[in-house]
Design a protein around this ligand. Structure first.
Ligand SMILES: Cc1cc2nc3c(=O)[nH]c(=O)nc-3n(C[C@H](O)[C@H](O)[C@H](O)COP(=O)(O)OP(=O)(O)OC[C@H]3O[C@@H](n4cnc5c(N)ncnc54)[C@H](O)[C@@H]3O)c2cc1C
Length: 402
């Protein structure tokens, strides 16, 4: 497959806004998205890394990445509401997840927030043009939910830092050029203080990346080992000792606005499963039964609630407010709702008549993958239990132990 681009829409240069922008983005996506990228198509075959890179670079040129980043750093300088519009159009299609979502949705925003001018000019265009793929090195064998317990150490001597330690569950590290590393600069007892963030090159001397095989046979998770890795001060992000504050901002983004298209992607999944069911006489009858009508209706409500969370977060950001603990409400909702939905889709599709109708075969392949993926969604970006703890503490202000 080669990505054959039609002309980038005028929206990429900022000539359109609002609904005209939506129409331009919709047209471009539908004209350019390769058929084999669509997991709801019989032609689906997962894109290779070079294919994903080419596709995402084309999306950027069309105005569909770096939407709200300033033009001076390679962004399109558009509004957050237009960012939401683009996400709605992206979500409406069954396209693959970005291979650089950590770069675009976590590292980029944090560099914009705490990076120096030089760092913004060096890192941000490389992310958008897909020259630098990023991964996130927060978790460690003894520091997942309790991130403040991390032990990877960064020691400074003049303009050079030396990093020693180990990260785990680092998604996509095997294909990344840079890792957003959170490391300890002070004593372990200081917990939240004495943490700093670094943009570490994964080809630096002393970095070792070891993939971990997961239950679905893939090797996208990695362990990353740092053995006296030299990092220049110019790759330290934000003030030393303020890494915790920077990490919390990353996590707030990760929980609330990262992959803003989720509600619209879930809607795409719902349309797909219903159309697959309608192609099969047994399933067509099942989905019309009261029991399934009610359960599918609950999914529709879940999707509407998720849309409301996203729109509330956008409104808050537009008004200059921080998302804060409300990000946990959104994270808890989408991850739990998606698991309910994935379980329901498989329950339905497993009752199909035999031989399987081709439309049901396509849906089974897609929803089996979604089901497995959804198991992880209540763990990464903070587990359900952690979100419940944050909501109890910071939103409901319940006292501990009640
Ligand atoms: C698909 C996937 C991708 C990931 N990608 C990355 C990545 O790219 N980079 C990265 O840094 N990390 C990544 N992670 C790691 C993820 O952030 C951690 O797995 C997560 O934070 C949980 O930490 P843990 O695995 O150490 O579990 P633990 O923190 O040991 O938790 C184990 C169990 O105890 C519960 N628990 C822990 N503390 C409390 C508490 N105070 N109150 C109530 N219950 C509690 C948890 O909810 C959980 O059920 C990824 C994980 C997954 C599944």
């Amino acid at each position: 497959m080669t990505v054959i681009e039609t002309e980038p829409p005028a929206a990429a240069s900022g000539d359109l806004s609002g609904e005209a922008y939506r129409v331009a983005m919709r047209r471009w996506l539908r004209a350019n998205l390769p058929a084999n990228f669509r997991s709801d198509s019989a032609a689906f075959s997962p894109p290779t890394l070079p294919q994903s890179i080419a596709w995402e670079a084309a999306m950027y040129r069309a105005g569909l990445a770096g939407i709200i980043w300033p033009k001076g750093y390679g962004g399109h300088g558009r509004t957050l509401r237009e960012h939401l519009i683009a996400n709605q159009e992206i979500g409406a299609l069954a396209m693959p997840e970005s291979v650089n979502s950590i770069g675009k949705e976590l590292a980029g925003p944090i560099i914009l927030a705490v990076g120096t001018e030089e760092q913004k000019r060096r890192f941000l265009p490389a992310i958008l043009e897909m020259r630098d793929i990023w991964c996130q090195g927060f978790s460690e064998p003894e520091a997942g939910s309790d991130l403040a317990g991390l032990r990877t150490r960064a020691t400074r001597s003049g303009d050079t830092w030396r990093i020693n330690g180990q990260k785990i569950w680092t998604s996509g590290a095997y294909r990344a050029q840079r890792c957003l590393v959170l490391a300890r600069t002070g004593p372990l007892e200081d917990r939240h203080r004495g943490l700093a963030m670094f943009a570490v090159r994964l080809d630096a001397k002393g970095v070792r990346v070891r993939p971990i095989k997961s239950i679905d046979g893939r090797e996208s998770f990695c362990e990353v080992f740092f053995d006296d890795v030299e990092v220049l001060q110019s790759d330290a992000l934000g003030a030393p000792d303020e890494g915790w504050a920077a990490a919390i901002r990353v996590l707030e983004i990760e929980r609330a606005t990262n992959r803003m298209y989720r509600a619209w992607r879930f809607e795409n999944e719902l349309r797909h499963v219903i159309s697959a069911c309608k192609a099969d006489p047994v399933l067509a009858q099942l989905v019309a039964e009261r029991h399934y009508e009610v359960r599918l209706g609950e999914i529709v409500v879940d999707i509407e609630v998720l849309k409301a969370h996203v729109e509330t977060a956008v409104d808050a950001l537009v008004n200059g407010d921080r998302i804060g603990a409300r990000g946990s409400l959104a994270k808890l909702h989408w991850s739990e709702a998606h698991q309910r939905f994935a379980a329901l889709t498989l329950e339905l599709l497993n009752q199909a008549s035999l031989p399987l109708h081709p439309a049901v075969q396509v849906a089974r392949r897609r929803f089996e993958a979604i089901y497995l993926q959804a198991r992880a969604e209540t763990i990464y970006a903070g587990t359900t239990e952690i979100q419940l703890g944050i909501i109890a503490d910071r939103i409901l202000q319940l006292s501990k132990g009640k």
